[in-house]
Design a binder for this molecule. Structure first.
Ligand SMILES: [Zn+2]
Length: 77
């Protein structure tokens, strides 16, 4: 059994879909009895890597936004 995403036209392995969400577009999937797409593993790895990168970027931005804000407040006082 696989999870099918009509947006990405992909059949994912169930373990690749957290809570049934497509790893690539995060949209919903539906159960399918077709085999997993041949590039499911490669695309899943890419989607995971992209998510990690995105998460790091968000944290990086948050870290500097806070630092800048603190510097701003120090200047104002
Ligand atoms: Zn998708």
């Amino acid at each position: 059994m696989t999870y099918y995403c009509s947006e990405c036209v992909m059949n994912w392995h169930p373990f690749q879909c957290t809570d049934g969400a497509c790893p690539e577009c995060r949209g919903g999937t539906r159960r399918s009895y077709e085999p997993a797409s041949p590039d499911a593993d490669a695309r899943h790895r890419m989607a995971v890597a992209a998510a990690i990168k995105r998460d790091r970027h968000v944290r990086f931005e948050a870290y500097y936004a806070e630092r800048e804000q603190r510097a701003e407040m120090a200047r104002a006082s």
